[in-house]
Design a protein around this ligand. Structure first.
Ligand SMILES: O=P(O)(O)OC[C@H]1O[C@H](O[C@H]2O[C@H](CO)[C@@H](O)[C@H](O)[C@H]2O)[C@H](O)[C@@H](O)[C@@H]1O
Length: 320
């Protein structure tokens, strides 16, 4: 989602995008406003684990396609973005699910970076918010080939802006600039909140000299990316199309993600009336997703159950 306007509004919205965990109250505590809000939100976006049987009965006879976000979905949010590793257990379930369903990881990070974390072949990767799509070659599933890079002309510009922003933010302790190939991310997580407005100002100021870039926000990050009409939703549509899937096909795309940028994909699924989104969040958020999961450990549980269900429908022995 694109952001504009005052620095104050921008900073407030950065805070809202990664709220602190809400403690659930115990029986002897009075019901709080948060509990009431969470309850009504859960009615609109029920747990995908609680509704697993219903989801699977809708999925019967349909071809499931898995779309997974990386940060906050497959890996827990960490202070240092370079340490956001996927656990071996999560890698194993993603590997297994990919044996049964076409699987793609769609991330804001560069494709190379996500691949270096996930280390799985035979799946699709769409890094840089879907601007760098790669998939297994037909000849060798363990080889990857470029499928689509709509912002290739922007590469020199992104390199240049990463250099400028690294220089501009040098004096702000904790600020880091991450080069995500076709876009870039400025991290606020380790910056004292008093300095957020100054950092946001620096990021925004770049737009004057680079009007072909646009500013978007995520969980304690501001990002600059080419102002082309491309996002995670478009990447999802591109992949479905390249799998030969049309709206009328008996296909069930499932997209799991935690961030504002994943909303573009949730929206596409809602508008197509095909498949559904699952938002990963511990707190109520405005979303186009149909279901919810609280954290990456619940994501792993959901994928595990999906694999088990598939094995059962095929009459295969489950490992458990
Ligand atoms: O689309 P995603 O795979 O969710 O990537 C979105 C951004 O994720 C990373 O930042 C987020 O995770 C970091 C590590 O947990 C955390 O420190 C940061 O505050 C989060 O916003 C990544 O570093 C960014 O480049 C991605 O754009």
């Amino acid at each position: 989602m694109e952001v504009a306007g005052k620095i104050e509004t921008l900073v407030d919205s950065l805070r809202d995008l990664s709220p602190t965990r809400v403690r659930s109250s115990s029986f002897d505590e009075p019901v709080s406003e948060n509990d009431v809000q969470r309850c009504s939100w859960m009615t609109l976006h029920p747990s995908a684990l609680d509704k697993f049987d219903k989801i699977m009965s809708d999925a019967e006879d349909k071809q499931i396609i898995m779309f997974l976000d990386y940060d906050g979905t497959l890996s827990p949010i960490t202070e240092d973005h370079d340490n956001a590793y996927i656990t071996n257990e999560m890698r194993e379930v993603v590997k297994e699910v990919a044996l049964y369903f076409k699987t793609a990881i769609i991330s804001g990070r560069s494709t190379n970076k996500v691949q270096s974390f996930v280390k799985l072949t035979g799946i699709y990767y769409a890094g840089s918010h879907g601007m760098d799509i790669k998939g297994p070659t037909k000849i060798d599933q363990s080889d990857q080939e470029v499928m689509f890079q709509p912002a290739i002309d922007y590469l020199p510009m992104i390199d240049e802006v990463v250099g400028i922003l690294k220089e501009k933010t040098r004096s702000i302790p904790g600020a880091t600039v991450e080069h995500n190939k076709f876009c870039l991310t400025v991290h606020f997580r380790r910056v004292n909140e008093k300095r957020w407005p100054a950092l946001a100002e620096q990021v925004k100021s770049v737009l004057t000299d680079y009007p072909k870039l646009r500013l978007t926000e995520g969980r304690k990050v501001l990002e600059l990316r080419p102002s082309i009409k491309w996002d995670k939703g478009k990447a999802l549509e591109f992949l479905l199309h390249s799998f030969g899937i049309t709206e009328s096909d008996d296909v069930l795309p499932v997209y799991i993600g935690d961030d504002r940028t994943d909303e573009d994909a949730f929206k596409v699924l809602r508008e197509r009336g095909q498949g559904f989104g699952i938002i990963v969040s511990e707190t109520p958020k405005e979303t186009n997703a149909s279901y919810s999961l609280q954290d990456p450990s619940q994501v792993r549980e959901f994928i595990k159950r999906l694999v088990k269900w598939k094995k059962q429908t095929l009459g295969e022995q489950s490992d458990e």
